[in-house]
Design a protein around this ligand. Structure first.
Ligand code: FA5
Length: 334
């Protein structure tokens, strides 16, 4: 075969090879095989060097034409491949948006888990109790007999059966005393319900954390130490100011309310806000529960978890938690 036929054959094979290249890697392989330093075009160029001057004039024109045809086929194929890749990544603006968004743990549940972790670390058992409660456990065994004025502060929702939605987690204290032997430490996190006007710091269903500890020689010092430790550990800061005020709850003696103030807060918690009620468990409550108050003493507290979460995240309105506006809640993804 003469050089002219070789050149024509190379042109045909080369164009076929280039148009068969389906991606950039195989196109590059074809380019190296045809136009590379040891490629087919270079081979023929060497043979071309040995031709006579007359042949060279004729073959030179053919050589340039073949080389040019291969190069431009290569450029065309390259353009086509990159246009295809751009199409594949294009955004279809008519496509419907995905409707499922990834959920997140509710900020109250996140702080509840944190509270339980902190109390577990202090040796407390995590326990639970029913939302639908009997008068006896919510009030009676807590030294709040019928017609006691303390009931007025905790009006609630009553069922036709005579049961009620518990107004505080202290009901779990009265359920627990008869079935455990001191010493013990228990903590409950759960929903409570009150027939109450809703505002920025009050809801009609909210979450309480009830802690109670019974042992020998327990004092108010243990109570205050526990509360301060818990607040600092859950909020992960030690600049929260805590103050104790004397207060009255029929199931403790003496009783206190604990207020907190957050110096860094830009809103509600820049001023004192009540966080919890607490005190030394009333001897009457212990003996109703079958625990001898001459041998054992103990403390108890009941804290609003929404309020603690509000301080944690500098939230100014409790209605964010139950309002159902996911834009608010999604800000607190853990
Ligand atoms: C009680 O519920 C007592 N059981 C607390 C207690 C337990 C005292 C053990 C002594 C010993 P009080 O009604 O004050 O107390 O509620 C306790 C906490 O729950 C409050 O300090 C507040 O943080 C929160 N809280 C009360 N009412 C609401 C409400 N409507 N919305 C949100 N949080 C509330």
């Amino acid at each position: 075969m003469g050089l002219a036929e070789d050149l024509n054959a190379l042109k045909e094979e080369g164009l076929a090879l280039i148009s068969a290249a389906g991606d950039e890697a195989s196109l590059e392989e074809a380019r190296i095989a045809l136009l590379g330093r040891n490629g087919r075009v270079k081979d023929l160029q060497k043979a071309f060097g040995q031709a006579s001057p007359e042949e060279k004039r004729e073959l030179g024109r053919l050589f340039n034409e073949v080389q040019q045809a291969i190069k431009s086929a290569f450029e065309d194929q390259k353009d086509q491949l990159s246009a295809g890749a751009a199409d594949a990544g294009a955004i279809d603006v008519t496509e419907p948006r995905p409707t499922h968004r990834r959920g997140s743990i509710h900020p109250i549940s996140q702080v509840a888990q944190e509270v339980e972790r902190v109390f577990s670390g202090m040796g407390y058992d995590i326990i639970d109790g029913p939302h639908i409660e009997e008068d006896e456990f919510n009030f009676g065994r807590l030294n709040i007999p019928e017609d006691h004025p303390a009931r007025d502060a905790q009006d609630t929702f009553w069922l036709k059966t005579g049961k009620l939605l518990r107004t505080h987690t202290s009901s779990v204290q009265s359920r627990t005393y008869p079935i455990v032997e001191p010493p013990f430490r228990k903590v409950v996190v759960g929903k409570v319900f009150r027939y109450e006007e809703v505002d920025a710091t009050h809801d009609n269903n909210f979450t309480q954390v009830e802690g109670f500890l019974v042992d020998k020689d327990i004092t108010v010092g243990h109570l205050v130490g526990t509360i301060k430790t818990m607040i600092a550990a859950v909020l992960q800061r030690d600049d929260i100011e805590v103050r104790l005020r004397p207060s009255f709850f029929p199931f403790v003696e003496p009783g206190f309310e604990v207020d907190v103030r957050s110096p860094g807060s830009s809103g509600k918690f820049a001023n004192w806000v009540e966080l919890l009620g607490c005190g030394m468990i009333h001897p009457k409550v212990l003996s109703i529960g079958g625990i001898d108050p001459d041998v054992y003493t103990g403390f108890a507290f009941g804290m609003g978890l929404e309020r603690l979460t509000m301080i944690r995240h500098d939230i100014n309105d409790i209605r964010l938690f139950n309002g159902g506006d996911l834009r608010g809640l999604h800000q607190f993804k853990s």
